[in-house]
Each structure stands twice: as structure tokens, then as C-alpha cells.
Design a binder for this molecule. Sequence first.
Ligand code: ADP
Ligand code: MG
Ligand code: ZN
Length: 604
Amino acid sequence: MPSYYNFIIVLVVLMLINSLVVPGLSEKKITDTDYGTFIEKVDKGKVKQVKMDEGKIYYSALNDSNEEQTYQTGAVDDPDLVNRLLASESPNENGKIEFTKTIPRQNSPIISFLLMWVLPGLIFFWIFRSGSKMIQGRMGGGENVMSFGKSNAKIYAESEIKTTFADVAGQDEAKESLNEIVDFLHNPQRYASIGANLPKGALLVGPPGTGKTLIARAVAGEAKVPFFAISGSEFVQMFVGVGAAKVRDLFKQAKEKAPCIIFIDEIDTIGKKRDSRMGGNDEREQTLNQLLTEMDGFNGQTGVVILAATNRPESLDSALLRPGRFDRRIQMELPDLEGRKAILNVHLKKVKHENINLDLVARATSGASGAELANIVNEAALRAVRLGKDSVTTVDLEESVEVVIAGAQKKGKVISDEEKKIIAYHEIGHAIVAAKQKNTAPVHKITIIPRTSGALGYTMQVDSGDQNLMSREELLNRIATLTGGRAAEEIICNTVTTGASNDIEQATKMARAMVTRYGMSEEFDMMALETVNNAYLGGDSTLTCSPEISAAIDREVLKMIKDAHEKASQIIRDNLDKIHELTDYLLQKETITGDEFMAILNKK
Ligand code: ADP
Ligand code: MG
Ligand code: ZN
């Protein structure tokens, strides 16, 4: 039954009550008059009908323009009134005033009590309930079983989760930690008999797309227990108290189904630090308080394990992290080279493929998360279908890596020959500066085919292994490589273009980090000048120094970039012949591999 149905019934009942209270003539507009006017109208023979009620007299009479109108006046103790009415004339056909008196209802005190106090209460309750039902229905509650103090949505436990640890590649440390939980869920008695309490909760922490949600499901799949999954945002409702009720409900259901797993995804939505800043957020704080209470409310042997995931651990309220709550923290990291190979393998199992050079693809995707790798494999499969092939090859994967990094090829874009030449010199400039320095990643590919991301060309460098540390020299070389494109434009084309904007941004960021965070400048030694917020989400940073130091930082950064630019320019000037040769080749081919590039460069 749609919930607005209730609402309509309430309205109808209200209308009925209204018409009971104002008897008879209620449909018409009623004008107030005094008793004198009433008597005057009676005497003048204008009155047609009189209805005497308790304390009130309603009458209809002709007004000054001879139209019938309804009036009311307060009843006065007037024993003469009946005689006067009988004696007076009236515009009625029989010349008599019609008059009646309502019989006073002698309600029993109980009934009047019910009518006065209980009925309005019930009606309000009804209105409120159907009102909130309507709103919640619209907010996506769907079929709901709301009543006071209960949440509207049924939280269903998934009982047969197919995901297992085999679907989660890499992340061995995380799996190891979680294995204990799996074991506990398999045979809680064993832990209980020794008196060991398992951690009630484990918090999965890491950058987006590293498989936090995935591994939580895998724990349930491994343990073969019901899985209550809910996202933090689902608790935050419009009405204060609903989120808290939902938490209560969730734990109640979970305890009935124990052993089981409760998984709260994106817990930072409700678990943010409570602060005293203006207003606060009552609903969120109540929900959080309820969660804390519930976590304290069962002992570690109940068989309910709570997993939660977040990519903003630093924003969580410390009460959540204290022992007895989420006291176990499981770190999910971006995969390293081996991890990326493993993840690619897991996802390649789902598509037909042949002769994949896994190593090459894994090296080209340094810094990619599990979710991005899954996406790359899927893009490759889509490309294979588009090209009418029946299995995925390395080329498909390489192309889809580029699609994910730089967007799809934009073949239709018209670029003049003059511009094309500048773009080619720019890219060769990057490549040659990279190749002529030591300690730089080898050039993997150079292309001047524009991409949908706006890149008109790019030079891809791929590290040969996994790099955990970067030295000062390597960073400076990288900055020099970034300035190489612009340096080639200046020296060879005698111009500067907007094509270097991304290079400039990256070079500046890198130089800044060297000064403010890595302690790689002479002037500031090992002083931290910046703190990073939200390390897992892009990592914006805040300066923590005086304005004077801030200005000095800028000077230091500028000096670093200028030196790098000068170094790159020198390399360009020293290799002009090779650059012309390589650019001609690139213009002709549009895309060249690192090997082709090195062959020409090293040719005597
Ligand atoms: P998170 O919750 O950390 O943001 P998800 O668990 O939602 O990330 O991961 C999204 C998708 O990425 C998964 O469904 C899976 O396909 C893929 N993925 C991420 N990490 C891994 C991994 N370690 N092994 C296999 N697939 C992964
Ligand atoms: Mg997630
Ligand atoms: Zn560039």
C-alpha cells in the first residue's frame, strides 16, 4: 500500500471532525454580529432560520442588499427570545422563522477525555508516521517496516559469498592478518574455551581501488558466514536518530546470525572526528555514538566480527580506534611490480588471452591501483572485440594502459604540419634529455598522436624494476627531462608554446616536494616545511612555515628548475644532429618505440 494513502485517510478524518465541531451551516461563510443586531434583524422580519447551540446562535437572514447570509452571535440568557421569534415575521414562505435548538450531548467523562486528549494524539502520531514514511520511501527505503526506534531498511545478510582470498592478488600481509579472523569465525568455541578474545574490529586502510571492499568480502567468503555489508553513508539520514536506530538494528540482527561479519564501507562518513565547531552534525555524531556503544556491548566471543574500510584514516575519531573497537589496522597498499603482475593475472583469467608479456605491462603501470589494473584488462578485452580478434594480446594491454593514462587516441584531430613539427621536436627533446642522463628510466615509447585527454603527444618512460627510493640526483634528472621539451622548442623552433604546461606543473611539484618534504635543498636541510593531508587521496599539503621562509622556498624551487632547464638546454645543443634525425623519423612514423629511438641515437 503506498504510504500517501494513509495521509489521505488522515486528511479525510480531519475534515469529518471539523464538520462535527461546527454544526449545520458550516459550509457558508459566517459573519459575526452582536446580539443587538440579531434582535434587530428579528424585529425587522429579516431572519429566516435560527439554530441555537450551546453558547452560540447561528442564524440566516437577509442582509442590506436583500441577500441571504449566515451570521452568528453569542447566546444571551434571554427568556423572551422564543416568544419574540414566534411573534416576528420572516421572509419564509409561511412567514414564520424556523428555529431549532440542538440537544446538548451529555458525553460521558471518559468519552470526552478520549475525544479531547487521546484522539488528537493518535492523529498526530499517524500523521507523523505516514509523513516520515513518505519521505523515507522517497529517499530510497522502498518496501519498509518503519516504526519508532527501528530503522526503515532491512539489512540483508548475504549468505553465500563466492569471493575468496584467491580473487585478491598480492596483499599478503593483509590476508595473513585476516586469516586469523577467518579461523575464529570457523570455530569460535576454540577461542572461547581458552578465553581468548579476538579483536572485535579490523580497519582496512589504504588508497582507493586497492581492494579493501574486495578483501572484506573475501573474508566472508572464506569463513562461509553471513555478511552484513553497509556503507557509512547509508546511516546518515535526514532525521536525527534514524542512523543510530539503524546501527542498533544492524547489531541486533548480526547477533542473531552470529558467527557473521559486519562490514561498514567508507566508515569515515560517520566516523569523522567529533568536534565542537559550529553546529556539528547531530545525526552523524549520534550514529557514531551508537556504533561505539554497540561495539562495547558484546564480548569478543559472540562471533560477530566488524570490518570497516576507509581511505581517510587520519580523519577518524580516536574513540573508534582505541583498543576494544577497531584495534586492528590492516594496511592495503598500492601494488608493487610483483603485486601488479599477480593482479593482472587474476583479471586475465577472466578473459581469453595469448602470449602476454606480463612483465612489460606490469612495469608500464607503476603506481596503478588494483582497480585501475582491472580496468586496463577490461579495456584491452574491449579493444580486442572492437578489432575483431578472438583473444587479448600484449598490444591490446599496452594500448589500454595508454588509454587509462592519457585517454583514447583522437585520430580525427587536425594538426597543421608546422604544429606537428613543434610537437615532435618537443617530445624528442624530452626523450633525448632522458637518454643522455644517467639514472633515468629508459624511454619506452614516443608518440605524437593526440589523445582525448588533451595531450598532443607524449614520451613514455618505463622503469626496469620497482623503485622504492628516489635519490636527489634521480629527481633532478627527472626535472631536467621534464624541461627538455620546452628547451627543444626554444633552441630549435625559436618559439615557446603552451604544450609545456603539464611539464611545468609536474616539474614544479617535484622541485617543491624536494625542498619542503624531502629535505633535499642546502638551505633548509632536514626541516619539514609542509605537512601532507589525506595521503591516500591525492595528498594536498599545507605549508607549516613563516611567510619569509615561504618566499625563500619559492626562490629555492625556482633555482632548481632553472638549473635543470639549463642542463636540458645544454644536452639539446650538444645533440642537434641526432635530434633532427630522430624528429624526421618520428614525424614519418608518428609512434616509435624505445628500441627504435635508441638504435638511431646510438648509430655512429
Ligand atoms: P577499494 O574498496 O579499496 O576502493 P575495491 O575493493 O572496490 O577497492 O576494488 C575495486 C576493484 O579492483 C575490485 O573489484 C577488483 O576487481 C580490483 N582489485 C583491487 N585490488 C585487487 C587485488 N588486490 N586483486 C585483484 N583485484 C583487485
Ligand atoms: Mg571500497
Ligand atoms: Zn612535454
